[in-house]
Write a protein that binds this ligand. Structure first.
Ligand SMILES: Nc1ncnc2c1ncn2[C@@H]1O[C@H](COP(=O)(O)OP(=O)(O)OP(=O)(O)O)[C@@H](O)[C@H]1O
Length: 276
């Protein structure tokens, strides 16, 4: 799926980190649902977040996407590329986002390509005030082709299978050529074939030089290109380290509070199981 549109990527350089969190606290209904003491993500660095249901993973991701703001502190708790005042616009330009719940938000009939074109405007479809150009649509088709869904560009998105729609959402996330792709449970609800294509797409994105921030419950989603894991439990960082260090029986059992077994099925490909 290599495509020149996705070429580029990170150089080892002196730019500020892509993201710094420092004493970032999110409260809901009077309760702290996430507290991150200190966290740094370098430009171009990929990472997977793992943790039990309700641990705070999506909240962590929403701090990055600026859908959630942390409590005010004298020292800014979130620095986006060194900037404490990054706008939603700045963040949207840099990120492509796919979540399994995004699909539920598509409730109107429109051609799949319109959903993809929405990625150029940070919306789910093309806003009414906008006239997308021929070039825009050509770009959408090209992006869809890299994900193997060009042939369904004109199909009503509401009639697509879950797997097809997920790949259309991938195309939407990539069409504006973001530096970082955020994937919140991208394989949830997919059959093995759908998972295969999504994971293959993830690898192609990573190999094109884009960073991936992945939230997942599946070790199989942690593609070889992702080397760092962030384990979130009870609203805080349980562990932060390399895949070699943390993708093991001990760390996973401690994270999920049940005996877990990690196997490297083939080099760089893992599975996570428990006996019952
Ligand atoms: N608006 C809200 N009001 C109260 N509690 C909230 C609110 N939003 C989130 N929470 C709580 O914050 C906690 C963290 O939620 P979050 O969605 O980040 O968890 P998660 O790790 O992504 O879970 P999952 O794996 O189930 O998707 C949960 O206990 C959730 O119930």
């Amino acid at each position: 799926m290599a495509d020149s549109q996705f070429e580029g990527g990170c150089e080892a350089d002196s730019r500020p980190p892509f993201l710094c969190l420092n004493n970032a606290i999110v409260k809901r209904s009077g309760k702290t649902i996430l507290h991150v003491g200190s966290f740094e993500l370098a430009e171009g660095e990929s990472m997977a977040l793992l943790g039990p249901n309700g641990a705070g993973k999506s909240t962590f991701i929403k701090l990055i996407t600026r859908e959630i703001l942390p409590l005010y502190q004298d020292e800014p708790p979130v620095l986006f590329r060194g900037n404490a005042r990054a706008t939603l616009e700045d963040v949207k330009k840099s990120l492509g986002i796919v979540s399994s719940t995004m699909q539920d938000q598509i409730t109107v009939h429109m051609p799949a390509i319109e959903v993809v074109a929405g990625g150029l405007y940070g919306s789910l479809g093309v806003p009414k005030r906008v006239n997308a150009s021929e070039d825009d649509y050509a770009r959408c088709r090209k992006t869809m082709a890299t994900l193997g869904v060009e042939s369904i560009a004109d199909r009503d998105v509401m009639t697509l299978s879950t797997g097809q729609a997920r790949r259309v959402l991938f195309a939407r996330a990539l069409v504006h050529d973001p530096d970082v792709v955020v994937l919140d449970e991208p394989c949830t609800g997919l059959d093995p074939q759908g998972m295969h294509y999504v994971r293959r797409s993830m690898r192609a994105i990573a190999q094109s030089g884009r960073a991936i921030l992945l939230v997942t419950h599946y070790a199989e989603d942690i593609i070889p290109e992702i080397e760092r894991l962030l384990l979130i439990k009870d609203g805080s960082v349980h562990a932060d380290g390399s895949k070699e260090e943390l993708l093991c029986d001990e760390a996973m059992s401690s994270l999920f509070d049940v005996p877990m077994s990690v196997a490297e099925v083939t080099p760089g490909h893992y599975s996570l199981t428990s006996e019952y």
